[in-house]
Design a protein around this ligand. Structure first.
Ligand SMILES: Cc1ncc(COP(=O)(O)O)c(C=O)c1O
Length: 315
């Protein structure tokens, strides 16, 4: 299905789908494929370039002149949004939770280098960011700007569409390779990725399970919000939503490395040269290794969503 929405191109697509032979041999597992969205080729944004193509497309179509969003000090979405706004010739205002640390995380340094203006909530509560984003947009509008506001992670229907398109891309690649995976594993934070894959998988008519490794919230908490996001995205496209599952991959908590994630990252790096970040991709890859340990025999796709700056900062 072609998607008739405004889109501002950022990523180099399709990203490669590669088979991880050395990893398979190391873990004595089933066929494992890696969807290399760490290679989207736009400002180290990883898969976040995908939702931003549609978010920036919508912002430009509405005549907006500043993108307003936010996240944590190590957010990957924030620098990606800042770079996308710069590439589109509009401003970027970021709201970050907590207080400004002495040393900026490389992600935030990149966002600033892209020209984004950064504000701090002074409150560790992550959810406060989305409220502050709305307020900043109201203030900017009152000052004569035309803001386009999106919550953390780009969790809006139009952003979710980016991952619907991604699922269709994967379906085409798997079809060409004659592979029918049992499960596609991805890291899930705001849920935009998981929601888009759920819709895109159902739209592609493929039978794989979408398994989100929930890294920031308990699955029961995240489930309802992701289902609502998938449903609003499906409505926007005039299609049916699809199923997804979540597994708890938080370990000691959001943005705190887990032992399983650390082991998984070392395995990925030493077998396939894959650089995984401790917040998202390492924890999701630990879920893949857990599936293998539990004796899964069907092909598995691991969606490498990026996080390169956090990965490098953690080495
Ligand atoms: C590297 C990486 N992977 C996965 C995710 C999760 O994506 P989502 O917020 O769409 O659930 C993020 C979110 O920031 C991320 O930075």
């Amino acid at each position: 299905m072609g998607i008739d929405l405004d889109r501002f191109p950022l990523a180099i697509l399709p990203t490669p789908l590669v088979r991880a032979h050395r990893l398979e041999a190391r873990v004595a597992g089933p066929p494992i494929y890696i969807k290399r969205d760490d290679l989207t080729g736009f400002a180290g944004a990883g898969h976040k370039a995908r939702p931003l193509e549609f978010i920036v497309g919508a912002a430009l179509a509405e005549g907006c002149d500043v993108l307003v969003t936010g996240g944590g000090p190590g957010s990957n979405f924030c620098p990606a949004a800042a770079a996308a706004a710069a590439a589109a010739g509009i401003g970027c205002e970021l709201v970050i939770y907590g207080d400004e640390p002495t040393h900026a995380h490389p992600s935030l340094a990149l966002a600033r280098a892209c020209g984004a203006n950064v504000r701090w909530t002074g409150d560790p509560d992550r959810a406060r960011v989305d409220i502050a984003v709305v307020q900043v947009a109201i203030d900017l509008e009152a000052a004569g700007r035309r803001p386009y506001a999106v919550p953390r992670g780009g969790a809006v229907a139009v952003g979710t569409v980016g991952m619907v398109v991604a699922a269709q891309e994967l379906a085409g690649q798997l079809d060409d390779a004659g592979v029918e995976p049992e499960v596609v594993v991805i890291a899930s934070g705001s849920g935009t990725t998981c929601a888009g894959l759920a819709v895109g998988t159902s739209l592609s008519g493929t039978g794989w399970r979408v398994l989100g490794a929930s890294v920031s919230r308990p699955p029961d908490d995240a489930n309802e919000e992701i289902a609502a996001l998938a449903s609003s995205c499906a409505t926007l496209l005039g299609v049916e939503s699809g199923p997804f599952e979540l597994v708890d991959a938080r370990g000691p908590g959001f943005a705190r490395p887990s032992d399983a994630g650390e082991r998984a990252a070392a395995t990925a790096l030493r077998t396939e040269g894959l650089l995984l970040d401790p917040v998202y991709t390492a924890k999701a890859f630990a879920v893949v290794l857990d599936l293998v340990e539990r004796g899964r025999t069907g092909p598995i796709v691991f969606w490498h969503t990026g996080g390169i700056l956090s990965a490098a900062a953690h080495l």
